[in-house]
Design a protein. Structure first.
Length: 185
């Protein structure tokens, strides 16, 4: 969906014509579900949290004023996941969660499991902030602008954090593993 059409739909929703929200839902349901699923590794939980995310977005669409609807929606999803972990699993910290579905899917799809294992081990040693930005950039395929809006950081800061992670990985993993991380996912 192009930005102009998206902005029109948002404006109509904000004017109480909520029938148009279904088109926004259709445009983002898969991305939001995947974003949540990668962080929960449970289809049932991901479905519930995705539903909650869109309900919150619908309820608060009149408050949306940003430039990027997708970033606003991802921020709602991120906060919904954080709330889920705070209330349902107080023992587990979401920032330490590394058993991403993406790794399981990739292991099935790739012949090079050693590279994947090497990348997974390297990601375990990242700070939560670094890991989150890498995951959003590589797996969720978000732009730096979207990541900045979601995390509340500047776009330049997000680029710098990602760049520093890649540079630090150069000393910890093989060059093919870095290429695998950046270009194969």
């Amino acid at each position: 969906m192009d930005k102009l059409k998206e902005q029109e739909l948002i404006k109509k929703c904000q004017e109480e014509d909520l029938d148009n929200f279904g088109l926004l839902y259709d445009a983002y349901i898969e991305k939001i579900f995947n974003f949540i699923y990668y962080r929960t590794s449970s289809q049932e939980v991901a479905e519930d949290l995705t539903s909650q995310t869109f309900f919150k977005a619908l309820k608060n669409i009149s408050k949306f004023q940003g430039q990027y609807f997708s970033a606003w929606l991802f921020r709602i999803a991120r906060n919904t996941v954080i709330d889920h972990y705070r209330t349902s699993r107080p023992v587990e910290d979401i920032d330490n969660f590394t058993d991403l579905k993406a790794f399981k899917d990739l292991e099935k799809e790739t012949d090079d499991k050693e590279l994947l294992s090497e990348v997974k081990k390297a990601l375990e040693f990242l700070k939560p902030e670094q890991k989150e930005i890498v995951i959003m950039r590589v797996w969720d395929e978000l732009s730096y602008k979207e990541i900045a809006e979601i995390t509340g950081k500047s776009e330049a800061n997000c680029k710098m954090i990602f760049s520093r992670v890649v540079n630090s990985l150069r000393h910890k993993v093989s060059f093919p593993a870095i290429l695998f991380l950046l270009f194969s996912l």
